[in-house]
Design a protein around this ligand. Structure first.
Ligand code: PLP
Length: 450
């Protein structure tokens, strides 16, 4: 039997020498991974169950050296990855874990603070306020809005719609038939009816078909998931202002483009929104997860989420307790990685990367349009091209499958007007014109082989 004065915990829980060696090995692993990832097949070729089959079914009794885990990364984990941090990842919305963001994640874990209230870590709250303020400046959003970070746009939209419901309960949520599924999910969770609105010939929500009086909230998208179309936010704002419905703008992907003044045409009307969500983990080079939500009605968010349990007193002096503005109590120090990315890139660096993606998408669209047997299927306002080859849906899906199976690139598709189209989504920091060219060649070869 253990005597009560004997320590039960490991007394070597922090061994500075071992930590130093392991940290260097982990960083060396990251360095090697980032250097070789462009050579790896983008889509994992593994069959379901293949990763688990290589791992012990039960946990170890005794602690193992960290080097054992690193060894398993190379042999078991990496072959089971679809490499999102790959310059030829062109599916869904391409993203980037950039160097400043990767390193900041290490620092965040080391501090391991929980910024649920200001008091529980003043720097976490104040940096979050500062960084959201910086980002609002970079995007040209109105000054003085409340901004905070959620994990994903799904949560940000849930929070916005919960706030809307406190003001107008019982109405419906209106969004375009091309809105992201996260909007419907949030409405469902909140017990709000969800109504989709048809789009025009360029996949933009028809503002004239919204019943504003019946709406709790209207959710236009700036950069829809399928085509990156931009809903008419200003016209929708007119209707919402007349009726009192909440206007929540889902700019999860395309909001990052606002860092470039020439792309701010897509910001028009957003200054009249009640809330706006942009995901830096989509097109702002921040490792997943990081979703930024601004609102000019923070009191409605607080009405939905604020709670004052005895064990968690409000912070002194009117300091902000961010737990009162979203569904989660525990809050990671995500502001640190966003701060690191903004400082690492600077305004100019962010602009240059986004401009390059827009340029590459435009170039790719020109190649497709000029090639007999291929067509571009939607306007290209940002960095996503929807296109297809002459032939059936099955033939187009087979083209994508062949390219994906080759490992050269990873693309996905969607349906437009009932027809399958291929999507090339550019958004990785290191994507070059050569990556796009190689992928175009792979697509043409796959079409010729069909
Ligand atoms: N909104 C749009 C337009 C999206 O494209 C997506 C995801 O791709 C989302 C919201 C959901 O984002 P998240 O995965 O951060 O919840």
């Amino acid at each position: 039997m253990t005597r009560s004065d004997e320590p039960l915990a490991r007394d070597d829980a922090f061994d500075a020498t071992a930590f130093h060696d392991d940290a260097l090995a982990a960083v060396a692993w990251v360095e090697r991974y980032l250097a070789r990832v462009p050579e790896l097949p983008v889509l994992s070729p593994l069959r379901p169950g293949a990763v688990r089959a290589q791992l012990p079914a039960a946990p170890p009794e005794r602690g193992e050296p960290f080097s054992a885990l690193l060894a398993d990364l190379d042999t078991i984990v990496v072959p089971g990855l679809t490499h999102w941090n790959h310059p030829r990842f062109f599916a869904y919305f391409a993203i980037t874990g950039s160097a400043p963001g990767i390193l900041a994640e290490l620092l965040i874990a080391a501090m391991n603070v929980n910024g649920m209230t200001w008091r529980t870590s003043p720097a976490a709250t104040e940096l979050e306020e500062l960084v959201l303020d910086w980002l609002a400046q970079l995007f040209g959003l109105p000054a003085g809005w409340h901004g905070h970070i959620e994990d994903t746009a799904s949560t940000s939209t849930l929070a916005a719609l919960a706030a809307a419901r406190t003001l107008r309960p019982g109405g419906a949520v209106y969004a375009s038939e091309h809105a992201n599924f996260s909007v419907e999910k949030a409405a469902r969770l909140l017990g709000l009816e969800y109504r989709t609105v048809p789009v025009d010939g360029e996949f933009r929500m028809r503002a004239d078909l919204v019943d504003y009086d019946a709406a709790t909230a209207v959710v236009p998208t700036v950069g829809t998931t399928a085509t990156t179309s931009v809903d008419p936010v200003a016209a929708l704002a007119d209707g919402c202002e007349r009726s009192g419905a909440w206007l929540h703008v889902d700019a999860a992907y395309a909001g990052s483009a606002w860092v470039c003044p020439e792309l701010r045409w897509s910001l028009a009307g957003c200054e009249r929104a009640d809330s706006v969500v942009v995901n830096p983990h989509k097109w702002l080079f921040t490792p997943i997860d990081c979703s930024t939500l601004w609102t000019r009605r923070p009191e409605a968010l607080a009405a939905a989420f604020s709670a004052r349990p005895d064990y968690l007193r409000p912070s002194e002096g009117g300091a902000l307790d961010l737990k009162d503005y979203g569904p989660a109590l525990g809050r990671r120090f995500r502001a640190l990685k966003l701060w690191a990315v903004i400082r690492g890139f600077g305004r100019e660096g962010l602009q240059a990367a986004i401009r390059e993606h827009v340029r590459l998408a435009a170039l790719f669209a020109v190649w497709v349009a000029a090639e007999p047997g291929w067509e571009v299927c939607a306007p290209v306002p940002f960095s996503v091209v929807c296109f297809r080859h002459d032939g059936s849906d099955e033939e187009n899906e087979a083209i994508v499958e062949r390219v994906n199976a080759s490992g050269v690139a990873f693309l996905a598709g969607t349906k437009l007007n009932g027809c399958f189209v291929i999507r090339l989504a550019i958004g990785h920091e290191r994507t070059t014109v050569e990556d796009v060219r190689v992928t175009w060649e792979a697509l043409r070869e796959a079409a010729a082989a069909g």
